[in-house]
Ligand binder design. Structure first.
Ligand SMILES: Nc1ncnc2c1ncn2[C@@H]1O[C@H](COP(=O)(O)OP(=O)(O)O)[C@@H](O)[C@H]1O
Ligand SMILES: [Mg+2]
Length: 376
């Protein structure tokens, strides 16, 4: 039998999706075969402290919904804490993690920052690398690149805070190029935080103000109406595999934070009711978007489809999609013939493959010197 794999799950974190992350971690923990995996859980508190406490894994398995700073005092502060976490693991060669699975969403997890630390430490990890993660988190750069690869996106404008333009100027420019309804979004967040659907001119400035609370760059987009929301799961390298498409029917007017996380009203249709041409088109676009954006391992590509004209646009990509039992990413793979547990195995394999592929190239990038796990 093959040697046991060591998997280090990173979960929690400072984003609005802290709880989603823990639910995802619980699902992954439940399916990992203890005969084949030894698992370490590193939890990040809402405040950003890294916790390596064996009780955490048990607590998450039993349904912990948040890693509160007050409750978990064993941890140490950011950076110092991170290094200690990894040092302690390194000090025990037999329990070195083979692969890190960052199950973190949003800033400080999905945006390339944690991936950068793992690169420096020389640890293989699941999912997109530094560049792909950073691109995927930035809705404006994502759209710029997709356009360059002729992947259809809705018309959009990006505004920066550090210019002389007032919010009124920005609102005027938006109306010159775009029609109502528009969507005003912070460039960098996720989970619909700070996003407003704007139907009237007088609502633009307040929407801009809201979006600028969260980010220094704001995107104003042409709204698709009536919109259908189609998603495709992507897995692998080049060419990546794509799943059957799924569709989300939001309970609210759009798929806002409440519809996503607070109410169970939204429905998933798997597979999405699309004709064969439409299905092939979204699958091809998902593959193309994955390659255009430099993604690796996994991603969920989200589309907006005009329900009347059938026009299809890529809306965004998620480089660390949810892994809860009701999450679209694993559900789409299940419907495509890849069960949850096998999906996790594949992701771990892909992480190791990428690590090996790059190790073979490199003298210069392996700055960490000692590589993490030469024996595997
Ligand atoms: N251009 C658009 N046209 C129509 N609906 C949109 C548009 N942009 C966003 N939405 C709606 O807002 C939701 C959240 O926007 P999205 O860009 O996906 O941000 P997030 O990263 O927060 O998921 C989408 O799921 C969709 O319901
Ligand atoms: Mg979205």
């Amino acid at each position: 039998m093959a040697a046991k794999r060591h998997l280090m799950i990173l979960c929690g974190g400072r984003s609005a999706e802290h709880e989603v992350s823990l639910t995802s971690a619980r699902s992954v923990l439940q399916v990992l075969d203890p005969q084949r995996y030894e698992v370490t859980v590193v939890g990040i508190t809402r405040g950003g402290r890294w916790i390596l406490d064996p009780r955490l894994q048990k607590a998450i398995r039993e349904g912990l919904t948040a890693i509160e700073d007050e409750a978990w005092q064993e941890g140490v502060s950011w950076l110092q804490g991170l290094l200690q976490v990894f040092d302690r693991r390194l000090a025990q060669p037999e329990s070195r993690p083979t692969v890190v699975f960052p199950l973190l969403h949003g800033p400080f997890g999905e945006d390339g920052t944690v991936q950068g630390l793992l690169e420096i430490l020389g640890v293989p990890y699941v999912g997109a690398g530094v560049l792909g993660s950073a691109i995927g988190m930035d809705k404006a750069v994502t759209k710029d690149l997709l356009q360059a690869f002729q992947v259809p996106v809705v018309p959009y404008l990006v505004f920066r805070e550090d210019t002389d333009a007032s919010l009124e100027d920005i609102a005027r420019e938006a109306q010159e190029f775009l029609e109502f309804p528009m969507f005003v979004k912070p460039v960098n967040l996720g989970s619909s935080v700070g996003i407003t659907k704007v139907k009237r001119p007088e609502d633009l400035v307040p929407a801009l103000k809201t979006a600028f609370l969260y980010d220094t760059r704001v995107l104003v987009e042409q709204g698709v109406e009536p919109a259908r929301e189609i998603e495709v799961s992507v897995l692998g390298t080049a060419p990546p595999e794509v799943s059957v498409p799924g569709e989300i029917v939001p309970a609210h007017e759009f798929y806002d934070y409440e519809a996503k996380y607070l109410e169970a009203g939204s429905r998933l249709l798997i597979p999405a009711p699309l004709d064969p041409e439409e299905t092939a088109r979204v699958q091809n676009l998902a593959r193309l978007a994955f390659l255009a954006l430099g993604l690796e391992g996994m991603a969920r590509v989200d589309f907006l489809m005009n329900a009347e004209t059938g026009e299809i646009f890529v809306n965004e990509v998620n480089t660390i999609p949810g892994f809860t039992p009701i999450s679209m990413y694993p559900k789409l793979w299940e419907a495509s013939g890849l069960p949850y547990a096998q999906l996790i195995d594949r992701l771990v394999d892909l992480a190791l493959e990428r690590f090996e592929r790059r190790r073979r190239k490199a003298v210069h990038w392996q700055a960490g010197g000692e590589s993490w796990d030469k024996s595997s």
